[in-house]
Design a protein around this ligand. Structure first.
Ligand code: COI
Length: 356
């Protein structure tokens, strides 16, 4: 664990809470699991059309059949959303309804029952409030909230599970990359692909992440921050980074790959597209050949975990292209507008924030 310590690695009892707060080192938060106090759990059986009422319980291990659908056949989808603390002490979620809808779409793709939008948002709010002392002070990070939907029922043949479990847990986080707020260095992968047409790359399925680990490990071993994947058909157009969407800026135009079933429809991605238009950029969703990306003025990644990360270099087929860095980068303006809205410092004219 980086930065924050939790007494004995265990969830603290209420009596220990002030002691735990004194232990916090909010300045060094990274993106690794810090065990918080509570999680939210609800279930839906085969015969039921809706999830039963859920409840909070102490954060801890869950019991699963070894034959659970998620363990054997990867029947699971998840979300990532964040709770922020504003300067005046307010607590906010950012666009949780969009996460709820995205989970429903993903669940449908994976043949799973899913919670209603109301149930999802209620569970996220309850989890954030129950763990509110873990929401970092303004400017020090956020509480990353992970809603997870799994096929928990046992199954032997390849088929949907007979029971689903929806869980929400949380962890305080800071910067996703070890580079902190500095620019990241991407490696373009041309052997492994993240997703193919008709697959599940467009939804937040648990099955999208283990397959990128080998490429990530190879790239990290060579000192890169992360991997940029190309389309599986032609190895020509950029798709996304392991856990974030990718954008380029050239002159006054901001471009990002279109949604074609292989790219995750990021909530930060679409927020940045709106903010870019507010700031006077022209925004395009279109196929972007890797060669064109290498000629961009700026490249940046977006995601709930990543927020907006400037890219300092891209290495493709052994050639490293470096991008100019300055405090005037367009992506830093987008980042500061987004983060300002999320922290309640800039007017939220689109109603993205939900106060809890
Ligand atoms: C998120 O940005 O919420 C993600 O899902 C990234 C995560 C896989 C680390």
């Amino acid at each position: 664990q980086i930065g924050v310590r939790c007494l004995g690695g265990q969830a603290a009892s209420p009596l220990q809470e002030s002691a735990v707060e004194e232990e916090m080192e909010w300045d060094n938060l990274g993106f690794s699991l810090v065990q918080t106090d509570y999680m939210y759990v609800m279930k839906c059986g085969e015969e039921e059309s809706e999830f039963e009422a859920g409840q909070l319980s102490r954060f801890g291990n869950i019991e699963l059949s070894p034959a659970a659908g998620v363990l054997n056949y990867g029947q699971g989808v998840f979300e990532g959303t964040k709770a922020y603390r504003s300067e005046n002490g307010g607590l906010f979620l950012f666009r949780p309804q969009d996460n709820a809808i995205r989970m429903q779409i993903g669940a449908d793709r994976m043949c799973m029952q899913s919670p209603s939008v109301h149930q999802f948002i209620h569970a996220v709010k309850q989890t954030a409030l129950a763990n509110r002392r873990w929401i970092p002070p303004p400017g020090k990070g956020s509480l990353y909230i992970r809603p997870l939907l799994i096929g928990s029922g046992p199954v032997l043949g390849v088929a949907p599970a007979a029971e689903y479990t929806f869980l929400v847990y949380a962890s305080p986080v800071g910067n996703y990359f070890k580079e902190g707020t500095a620019a990241i260095n991407l490696y373009v992968e041309d052997e492994f692909h993240r997703a193919g047409r008709g697959g599940a790359g467009g939804v937040k399925s648990v099955t999208n992440y283990a397959p990128v680990m080998k490429a990530m490990r190879r790239a990290k071993d060579k000192g890169f921050s992360d991997v940029l994947y190309l389309d599986a058909n032609n190895k020509r157009d950029i798709e996304e980074v392991s856990a974030s969407n990718v954008f380029m800026l050239k002159d006054n135009v901001i471009s990002t790959p279109p949604m074609n079933g292989t790219i995750l429809e990021g909530i930060t991605r679409k927020s940045i597209m709106d903010i870019a238009q507010d700031l006077g950029y022209q925004v395009e969703e279109r196929a972007i050949p890797i060669e064109e990306l290498l000629e961009a003025d700026e490249v940046f990644c977006t995601g709930t975990a990543v927020v907006v990360a400037p890219v300092g270099s891209i290495t493709y087929k052994g050639n490293r292209v470096e991008y100019k860095m300055s405090a005037e980068l367009g992506c830093l303006k987008l980042q500061s507008r987004l983060v300002g809205i999320q922290r309640g410092e800039i007017e939220d004219s689109r109603g993205w924030l939900v106060q809890i």
